[in-house]
Design a protein. Structure first.
Length: 125
């Protein structure tokens, strides 16, 4: 039996936007909402250079990485050609307008990557 964790309401995710889900270990998970109210979840890490996909532009069923404009498919995490690579995707369930993610995936998928860090350098740059 699969355990699911309620994350938020679909309406808590901006249309053509994203919302991040914090995890105990590894990078955050990015939830994306399309114009048709479909919701997808990807590791918030571009396969190219690790850019934060949650800060990218959502269009159709894809997101453009804000760092180098790689296009990543929301349904598979696969980079669009000619780029190559894939980011981890997470199972999403929508019930009564609520977004649910698989707890086992949240605890294990992509946890080998360090979380993204933003802001000034912690040490002299």
């Amino acid at each position: 039996m699969t355990d699911w964790k309620m994350i938020c309401a679909v309406t808590d995710i901006p249309v053509l936007g994203s919302r991040r889900v914090q995890r105990i270990k590894g990078p955050q998970v990015a939830l994306f909402r399309t114009a048709d109210d479909d919701v997808f979840a990807l590791l918030d890490r571009c396969p190219h250079k690790g850019g934060p996909l949650s800060q990218g532009i959502v269009f159709g069923r894809a997101v453009a990485c804000p760092m180098h404009n790689w296009t990543i498919a929301l349904d598979s995490g696969q980079a669009h050609a000619p780029d190559e690579g894939c980011t981890a995707k997470f199972s999403v369930k929508i019930e009564a307008g609520q977004v649910w993610l698989n707890e086992l995936e949240l605890a294990s998928v992509g946890t080998d990557f360090e979380p993204l860090k933003a802001g000034p350098c912690a040490k002299a740059c």
